[in-house]
Design a protein around this ligand. Structure first.
Ligand SMILES: *Cc1c(COP(=O)(O)O)cnc(C)c1O
Length: 314
């Protein structure tokens, strides 16, 4: 239990609370990771906790990449600000609409001082991807920079996700739950994998269930494999009733989001509706059981996503 003691000592943020909502004919517990910190919340805060809680001698800059509206851009800009680092965030392209937005992840990151680089505007060889450009032409000239892969998909993420695992294990113990499903939608699958790995290693009756919001189940399994070759750590991937294209609008996602938010907690619009659809189908085939849904933050992105939905479906 060395890891557990280490985690207890290093606790930077207090344990997040657990609320209860009533959905799909039963109570569902909600782990409020959206409340970790106003600017540093959800699973990005868990995945980046390692960087926050360790000293990085000589580091002056953080380098990341991904979508210009990503939750990870905002979290990395907050992390950089907290650490006194510069953030250079490379994106394949930024649309005019995103550039002009005054709310949401992009606008708030710029307000935090993020330097967002539109790689499509650099007139590079078209065959060069964003990540190749960073690796070949940026990082060699940046000895004082720390590079974080897209979405925080790296071993460092295990540190903060284990802290989340410990909080859940202690909470479930206090509730005396005989068996608990922990449900969260996956993008890169980093959070779900390291969380399930923690529960397997601790030998407790807690099991992670997830679904693929980016790509299909096979792609998610591939992402698990890149993080760990040991398949005993892999979370159960719940099937979805149809294909939901990431970032596109789906009327059933919007309906699900409205239904869940009626319970008094605002969830985010990209991942959570798909997560709740998968959970609904899981519970209807399995019957009632104890479920803890992880609120992984990201509601700032609703400021740009919700108006898109309202224009289309109201
Ligand atoms: C980033 C993010 C995810 C996906 O997390 P992974 O660890 O990449 O699977 C899910 N939900 C929200 C709200 C996020 O911001």
């Amino acid at each position: 239990m060395l890891i557990t003691r280490q985690l207890m000592r290093r606790r930077m943020f207090p344990s997040t609370p657990v609320d209860k909502i009533n959905l799909f004919g039963q109570d569902i517990f909600v782990k409020r990771d959206d409340l970790i910190h106003p600017h540093f919340s959800g699973n990005k805060a868990r995945k980046f906790a390692y960087f926050l809680e360790h000293e990085f001698k000589g580091i002056k800059k953080l380098i990341g990449h991904g979508s210009a509206q990503a939750n990870s851009l905002y979290s990395m800009s907050a992390l950089a600000k907290l650490k006194g680092w510069q953030l250079d965030f490379y994106v394949a392209h930024i649309s005019e609409q995103v550039k002009q937005s005054v709310v949401g992840n992009y606008a708030e990151s710029i307000a935090f001082g993020a330097n967002v680089v539109d790689v499509s505007a650099l007139a590079l060889s078209p065959s060069l991807t964003t990540i190749e450009y960073i690796q070949q032409q940026v990082l060699p000239h940046e000895p004082a920079a720390l590079f974080v892969p897209e979405g925080g998909r790296c071993e460092y993420a295990e540190f903060g996700v284990s802290q989340l695992g410990l909080e859940i294990m202690q909470w479930a113990g206090a509730q005396a739950l005989p068996h608990l499903y922990v449900c969260l939608p996956s993008g890169t699958g980093t959070t779900a994998l390291f969380l399930n790995k923690f529960f397997v290693e601790q030998g407790c009756n807690i099991q992670v269930i997830t679904c693929a919001t980016v790509g299909d189940e096979e792609y998610l399994t591939l992402q698990f494999r890149q993080l760990s070759p040991d398949s005993t750590f892999y979370p159960q991937i719940l099937p979805l009733p149809k294909k939901y294209h990431f970032g596109k609008l789906h009327s059933d996602c919007y309906k699900m989001w409205c239904q869940v938010c009626e319970q008094g907690i605002e969830f985010e619009l990209l991942y959570d509706p798909v997560g709740f659809i998968a959970l609904r189908d899981f519970l209807s085939s399995k019957g009632a059981c104890d479920v803890l849904y992880i609120h992984q933050g990201g509601v700032l992105g609703n400021q740009t996503m919700l108006p898109r939905y309202q224009r289309k479906y109201s």
